[in-house]
Write a protein that binds this ligand. Sequence first.
Ligand SMILES: *Cc1c(COP(=O)(O)O)cnc(C)c1O
Length: 474
Amino acid sequence: MTPGICETAGAVTDSLPAPLLRAVDHARGFLPSLRDRPVTVDATFAALVSALGGPLPESGDEPAHVIDDLAATALPGLMATAGPRYFGFVTGGSYPVAVAADWLVSTWDQNAALHVMSPAMSAIEAVTSHWILDVLDLPRDASVAFVTGAHMANVTGLAAARDEVLRRHGWDVESRGLQGAPTVTVLAGADAHSSIAAATRLLGLGADRIICVPSDDQGRMRADALALLLSSSAGPRIVCAQAGNVNTGACDPFVPIASAARAHGAWLHVDGAFGLWAAASPARRHLVDGVALADSWTTDGHKWLNVPYDSGIAIVAHPSAHRAAMSQSAVYLTPAANAERDGMDWTPEASRRARAVPIYAVFRALGRSGLAELVDRCCRLASRMAEKLRSAEGVRVLNDIVLNQVLVRFDSADGANVTPAVIAGVQREGTCWCGPTGWQGEPAMRISVSNWQTSEQDVDRSADAIMGVHSRTR
Ligand SMILES: *Cc1c(COP(=O)(O)O)cnc(C)c1O
């Protein structure tokens, strides 16, 4: 009989192996420290390597000591990326419920490749898939893959796209490969994420053969330009659009893009690593109007959903193309007997971590309303940051704040762009962390509010610190 958790909680704790107890203790110290820890690291790579390294030990060490030593040695090199004032890249933190679920994933050590290997993980993936399609309002019969990140989700979606557009032109790319195949033309917005080019490279489509579709002043693909380019090309085609420009947060106009793609028989893929989550908020949903008309989508769990790495999600409106591109078979790979889910059918992996579990836990803990609230709160805080910074002399906010991204330029008293110096100063000062980018040929600072813990005070403290560095730089 399975013992009830309540009756045995004390005994369970005491009987946990010592290294696990030590890890709990380190979490107890580290997680609360994220609120006030400086968002900067002094330790150099060389110092860390030397502290962690030395020759491979000949004999083993006591496991609890290994964990203690690991935690102590890594600590000076840990960046507070999971904390509330890390605004670099587009980086979420992790809800405690997601970390706890992730601990369970490691504890259970299930292989989420096949239903026969773990019926529970197969069921959790199936339920989580339905919830994702529901909250993002995508076709309910689409297939969902849990992969390592948005990059691998782009690879997965574009592999399905390659399969389908070539099949429509009488070519079975899964068996015949690309040699001798009709040319596949990929069209992507001028502001597409670098991962789109990297994915086309991996898929043999050639990054330099992407046709670049001009974008507007917020980085949105111009649908009229796309329609023209589609009219002047022929054959199998894939269009890559974007929900959430990494600089401005702007989303492409999906209704006219989808209609142009459809008119030309092109596959429409949408990279929405963070921006797709706008669909979870009734107040922001209009930003991704028409996104459900696409053929495949990419998003991340480890960014705005605030689950631990690695968590990417690929969604495909044509499950047969998706499965054909990803699945493998062997006599010993027992397929599910009755439509149960085999996770590896949809991913470029065989043995796999049960990545859906932390996503499931966050969905349960927040519910539909909590997800909307997370998205709205981050967007509100991004607007607050923009307002604060904009009030200072010599600071210009370069984008329309539609989502969680703020793009800023800092000028010296005589109007020179001193943004790189301000960024370096902010990163040294350590109240918050913001990174560099380029916008319309000029250096700019990018601020992304994606963390569940970020509060108004965090934004105000950070804005003050940034403006302080700027006034000292001027
Ligand atoms: C972050 C990001 C990616 C890459 O995602 P990973 O999760 O780092 O693999 C791709 N596209 C966009 C728009 C992104 O923001």
